[in-house]
Design a binder for this molecule. Structure first.
Ligand code: BES
Ligand code: MN
Ligand code: ZN
Length: 466
């Protein structure tokens, strides 16, 4: 799909011209006002659509009126959603050329228009034998070219992340992730099992032991001259989470190919970062492995030692993400970066708390955490702060080691957060739990079911605003 900038979208010979209608307002096309608004009483409620043929009386063959709702409630998020809705309608009708004439919007819609269009255009059909090419090919709109270009790149990073997280675990293995990381043309180091052993990553390696797939610890680095800041982004990279010996019930295991969505997000960001050439140093880190119940699998009651020397009693092999992140956090903190952000499909408890609409965020620096919440909001994502109080460590106390990897069921997202905090040293850190947002089981707003690329927009937004 390509977005072309035009002065007057209504003059394009398009399959469909999309126009907007605010409640109690008018569209920019007389024909639509006459038939949709006056005769058919189309109100323009948010997200509703009305289709009208032009029978050769206009350069475009049809008009699609999209309801923008109440003008005072309209915002960039709604514009993105309405655009997505229009794109989906147009592709259902197999339109190839679509022009957009948005009127009366009192903010620059360029970026969110492009985001909505690209998110809605996404399909994961590589394994379908009859791929119907229903993609809209050309979009025409009056917009800010620079902003469209920027959104195109962010959307490409999202698509990259979504494809990876949607890819079945049989293909998206730790080795595959490391190969992908190696191909970005960044300074990249992949550590294999023996090297991780030498680095003392006993927590990460314990998780991967039950699988026949080799674990890989991935470190990508984007550098520039005189960076304003140095940031590390860590993605949970459990390529499949069976639960291990504390095996998951079938219904919970079904979507666990998505347990590397944090890693997919980091790879998405690193895939495009050079094209933005930001003035910050960015380290992308992934401890990739599978959590499987093989003969060598780690067991409940085992005691493992993380890179910082802390010992962990295994209470539940299904609380594996925090173990892999523990070693990744130690590693990141040693890089001497200013800030560390981890993204992880970490807890079912976070899904219970926030559902699929918001990611949970916790951090050790209020200003930093709140900055990320703001950045998420500006970039079309929702982060909601969960507490990271010491009390949540109570249930992680162990009789035999420095801590357990899981404890009480209640407050599980915060317990996981305080666990991670034990591996963070001398750095501003934020942990983002994307368990509910990274992969959705039903279509939601601009997204189809499946991977959403959660975190990509916010991380890139944050890196670019430095
Ligand atoms: N990957 C899961 C968390 C998850 C759940 C992600 C649902 C996406 C959707 C994680 O590894 C896990 O199994 N967490 C356990 C922790 C518990 C054993 C302390 C959980 O949340 O049940
Ligand atoms: Mn698990
Ligand atoms: Zn997991």
């Amino acid at each position: 799909m390509e977005i072309k900038i035009v002065e007057n979208a209504a003059s394009v010979e398009a399959d469909i011209l999309v126009v907007n209608l605010f409640e109690d307002g008018k569209t920019s096309v007389d024909l639509a006002n006459k038939y949709a608004v006056e005769e058919d009483n189309f109100k323009g409620k948010f997200g509703e659509t009305y289709l009208l043929p032009t029978y050769g009386n206009a350069p475009y063959r049809k008009v699609l009126v999209v309801g923008f709702g109440k003008k005072e409630e309209f915002c960039p998020d709604k514009l993105r959603e309405a655009t997505a809705k229009a794109i989906k309608k147009c592709s259902q009708m197999e339109a190839k050329k679509v022009a957009f004439a948005f009127e009366g919007v009192d903010f620059d819609y360029s970026e969110q228009f492009a985001m909505g269009a690209f998110i809605a255009d996404y399909k994961f059909d590589k394994y379908k034998s009859d791929k119907k090419d229903k993609h809209v090919k050309e979009l025409y709109i009056q917009a800010d070219e620079e902003k469209i270009k920027k959104a195109e790149k962010i959307a490409a990073a999202m698509t990259f992340a979504r494809n990876l997280a949607n890819e079945p675990a049989q293909f998206a293995t730790p080795t595959e992730l490391s190969n992908i990381a190696n191909d970005f043309g960044l300074e990249t180091k992949i550590y294999d099992r023996e090297e991780c052993e030498k680095m003392g990553m006993g927590a990460f390696l314990a998780v991967g032991r039950g699988s026949d797939e080799e674990p890989k610890f991935i470190h990508m680095k984007y550098s520039c001259d005189n960076p304003k800041k140095r940031i590390a982004i860590i993605g949970k990279g459990i390529c499949f989470d069976s639960g291990g010996l504390d095996i998951k019930p079938a219904s919970s295991m079904l979507t666990m190919k998505d347990d590397m969505s944090g890693a997919a997000c980091v790879l998405g960001v690193m895939s495009i970062i050079k094209e933005f050439n930001p003035q910050v140093e960015v380290h992308g880190i992934i401890a990739a492995c599978e959590n499987m119940p093989g003969g060598k699998a780690y067991k409940p009651g085992d005691i493992v030692t993380a890179r910082n020397g802390k010992t962990i009693e295994i209470d539940n092999t299904d609380a594996e993400g925090r173990l892999t992140l523990a070693d990744a956090l130690c590693y990141a903190c040693e890089l001497g970066v200013d800030e560390v952000i981890d993204l992880a499909t970490l807890t079912g408890a976070c899904v219970v708390a926030l559902g699929s609409h918001a990611s949970g965020i916790m951090g050790n620096d209020e200003e930093f955490t709140h900055k990320l919440i703001e950045t998420a909001k500006k970039n079309g994502e929702k982060f909601w702060e969960l507490p990271l109080w010491d009390e949540y460590f109570d249930s992680l106390k162990s009789e035999v080691a420095d801590m357990k990897n899981s404890g009480a069921r209640w407050g599980g997202a915060s317990a996981a957060g305080v666990f991670l905090k034990k591996f963070v040293k001398d750095v501003k850190w934020a942990h983002i739990d994307i368990a509910g947002t990274a992969y959705i089981e039903k279509p939601q707003k601009e997204f189809i079911a499946g991977a959403t690329g959660a975190g990509v927009r916010t991380l890139l937004g944050y890196i670019l605003e430095q």
